[in-house]
Design a protein around this ligand. Structure first.
Ligand SMILES: Nc1ncnc2c1ncn2[C@@H]1O[C@H](COP(=O)(O)OP(=O)(O)OP(=O)(O)O)[C@@H](O)[C@H]1O
Ligand SMILES: [Mg+2]
Length: 195
């Protein structure tokens, strides 16, 4: 049975907020992949630069492949390679205006390098591209969350999952933001020199 719904996106876009509420609404199990990795002993190190755990992707994937859950699972992660594709029904990639992402990550007190890395990933659409490569384009939906309320997001995500709604917003931040993006990237690049 295909039992996993993946909620993905760059750190800070709102995966955990949406995934938890969605699991409640649909009566699915919620799994935070980072927490799962800790629980099953699949954390194999710590990346000091990124201030993030390094996880054994194969171990997590194997664990998930072997699960026989009573309910469908919502998996919350930006590491899509840790999810076995054959178990996956849908992947929902959340996208956020890089300017807003920058604000959120700054508020979190992330170091300049980590902010830069994540904002760049969002601009390039890394999570979306990785998801399409790993799961195939048919399974991957993409939502621009910037102007949507959490209720709207739950509604769209629910329809993607339960009605097999095809939902794929065309997102190109460079095209949409033009000079504003250039300004943001310049600001981020400068901040990396002033530590
Ligand atoms: N739809 C939303 N509207 C406004 N604020 C939101 C929304 N979703 C999330 N946020 C806020 O943005 C911040 C980041 O959200 P969240 O922790 O869910 O992101 P995440 O993608 O899970 O991040 P990480 O990958 O680091 O775990 C939180 O402070 C949250 O309250
Ligand atoms: Mg989270």
């Amino acid at each position: 049975m295909k039992s996993i719904i993946v909620v993905s996106g760059t750190p800070g876009v709102g995966k955990t907020t949406l995934a938890k509420l969605l699991a409640k609404r649909l009566n699915f199990n919620y799994i935070h992949i980072g927490e799962l990795a800790k629980r099953i002993g699949a954390v194999i190190g710590y990346d000091k630069e990124r201030k993030a755990d390094i996880i054994d992707i194969k171990k997590v994937s194997k664990h998930l492949a072997g699960l026989k859950p009573d309910k469908e699972i919502i998996a919350d992660t930006h590491v899509v390679e840790a999810i076995p594709p054959e178990k996956v029904k849908k992947v929902i990639v959340l996208r956020l205006d890089p300017r807003k992402l920058y604000e959120r990550l700054s508020e979190r007190g992330y170091p300049a390098d980590k902010i830069a890395e994540n904002v760049e990933s969002e601009v390039l659409g890394t999570c979306y591209i990785d998801s399409v490569k790993h799961f195939g384009s048919d399974k991957v939906a993409q939502i621009d969350v910037t102007e949507k309320s959490i209720e709207e997001l739950i509604e769209i995500a629910s329809r993607i999952i339960t009605e097999n709604l095809r939902y794929n917003e065309d997102i190109d931040w460079a095209e949409k933001l033009g000079n504003n993006l250039a300004e943001l990237l310049t600001k981020i690049a400068r901040a990396r020199f002033h530590r």
